[in-house]
Structures are given as structure tokens and as C-alpha cells.
Design a protein around this ligand. Structure first.
Ligand code: MF3
Ligand code: CO
Ligand code: CO
Length: 260
């Protein structure tokens, strides 16, 4: 309605170039870390490798020290029923686990944000199905990105795709504007009414990052560490995230460097 000014940044060319570079580094970090997502490695070891790679490329990790309590990792490592914000630690990955790694390097002051799933060794058919469905749901959301379309149609498309599969869309966490800061406006919900929300314009950059649960949608945050979000029913959760740019004609997926 009138009076509410949109604070969604329209990035200029210089900012777009900077965010593109940070996003590419984010994607390359996920690719580099794939070799370490194997049985026997701890999530802390993956965090160390993430820190090395990030620093060796002249960047710093946005998650380190972020929020309250300060997040301790250079990435989030979320295993099995952990929906998001898993803290790297002494947990040893084992055959059959599903792992999400979420990285957000800051390069020359600009942020790129992406996450993906890693099967640890051989995983069950059910887990594979959840992962592939989640990956596809992200692309259903990306298909809605073009100037003139409304943000709500991203979440509408994701939920419409997921519901018939019997999985549930997490509503307690959302995508977000990104690039100049870690979390900017708008909030990009993964479950939203058709034709709701702000209108997308060229130069907007944001994430789409659906978290899809095998069972119930609800999550609970670990009361000891203040971060780890788990499914309330202990069932599996999967997530993929890309940083996207609205172009004059459609979308550019800044964290997509192809399959790996
Ligand atoms: N990278 C996450 C996101 O996609 C945020 C992680 S915040 C942290 O928005 F503090 F948990 F690392
Ligand atoms: Co994000
Ligand atoms: Co992220």
C-alpha cells in the first residue's frame, strides 16, 4: 500500500560485477569441498577446508561470528534431520548420511550465498528422491524470476511442485536479498500466495533456498547452541540454494557453475 517504501536494492553495474565474483567463488567452494564429503570426515574438518579455500582466494566467511550467539563456522554443515544452520563439529560423517554445506564468502566486500546436498557414500532411494526433488524445486522457483513478476510466485511455484510429492516446504526460513549485505530485503518465502509480494526488477539480487522435509514442515532450534534447526519428527530434510540476478530479460543464476 502507499507509504511503504520498498527497500529492495537495485544493484549498479559495479556491485553486480562484485557480487558475480563472490557468487562464483561460493560455487567453486562447494565444488572444492565435494572431495571431503566422505565417510569418516568430521564436519569440523570440512569447515577447516572451507576456511582455507575461502582465505586462499582473498575472501572471508560471512557466517563466522555472524548473529547471536555468534555462529562459529566458516560454513553451515547440516546432516540428515538438520534443516539448516548446522554447526561444524566433531560429528563423523557415515555412509548413508545426507549433508548440506552452505557457504557465503565475502569477496571485496560483496557476498555470494549458495548451498547444496552431498550424499555420503551410498544413500537410500528415499534420500536420493528427497534430494533430487529439492533440487528440482529450486529450479521451479528460479523459472519464476523475471522483471515484472512478483516474489510470491517463486514460493507458489515451489510449493505447488512439492505438495503432490508428499513432502513439505519449510516456512520458518526464507531466501533473501543478498550482495551488499548478508541478509537484505526482501524475504523470499518458499511458500507464498500466487501474485503476492513485491515486483521483481532488473538489478535485484537475491537467494532462493528451499528446505524440503520428508515429513512435517516444522522445525525446532537446538536450545543449547541456539542455531541448529532440526525437523520436529526426526525425518530427513534437504536444501539447495542459488544467488540469482534479475536481468532485463529474465534471470542469471550467479552461483551456477554447472553440475559437479
Ligand atoms: N547461508 C545461510 C543462508 O542461506 C545463512 C547462514 S547464517 C549462519 O541464509 F550464521 F548460520 F551461518
Ligand atoms: Co541464503
Ligand atoms: Co546460504
Amino acid at each position: 500500500m502507499f507509504g511503504k517504501k520498498s527497500r529492495i536494492l537495485i544493484k549498479n553495474q559495479e556491485q553486480i560485477e562484485g557480487i558475480k565474483a563472490a557468487s562464483k567463488l561460493a560455487a567453486e567452494t562447494l565444488k572444492y569441498l565435494a572431495q571431503y564429503a566422505v565417510p569418516g570426515n568430521t564436519t569440523k574438518f570440512i569447515d577447516q577446508k572451507c576456511a582455507e579455500f575461502t582465505h586462499d582466494h582473498g575472501a572471508i566467511a560471512a557466517t563466522k561470528g555472524y548473529g547471536h550467539p555468534p555462529f562459529p563456522g566458516h560454513c553451515c554443515t547440516s546432516v540428515n534431520d538438520v534443516v539448516c544452520h548446522g554447526i561444524p563439529g566433531n560429528y563423523e560423517l557415515k555412509e548413508g548420511d545426507i549433508l548440506n554445506i552452505d557457504v557465503t564468502p565475502i569477496l571485496n566486500g560483496y557476498y555470494g550465498d549458495t548451498c547444496r546436498m552431498y550424499p555420503i557414500g551410498e544413500i537410500s532411494t528415499e534420500a536420493t528422491n528427497l534430494i533430487e526433488t529439492t533440487r528440482q524445486s529450486l529450479w521451479k522457483g528460479i523459472e519464476q524470476v523475471r522483471p515484472g513478476n512478483r516474489f510470491g510466485n517463486i514460493g507458489y511455484a515451489i510449493t505447488k511442485f512439492i505438495q503432490p510429492k508428499g513432502f513439505s516446504v519449510v516456512f520458518e526460513f526464507a531466501g533473501h536479498g543478498v550482495g551488499v549485505e548478508f541478509h537484505e530485503e526482501p524475504q523470499v518465502d518458499h511458500n507464498a500466495p500466487k501474485d503476492s509480494g513485491a515486483i521483481m526488477q532488473p538489478g535485484m539480487i537475491f537467494t532462493i533456498e528451499p528446505m524440503i522435509n520428508q515429513g512435517k514442515a516444522r522445525c525446532k532450534i537446538d536450545r543449547n547452541d541456539g542455531w541448529t534447526a532440526r525437523t520436529i519428527d526426526g525425518k530427513l530434510s534437504a536444501q539447495f540454494e542459488h544467488t540469482v540476478l534479475v536481468t532485463s530479460t529474465g534471470v542469471e543464476v550467479l552461483t551456477d557453475i554447472g553440475e559437479f
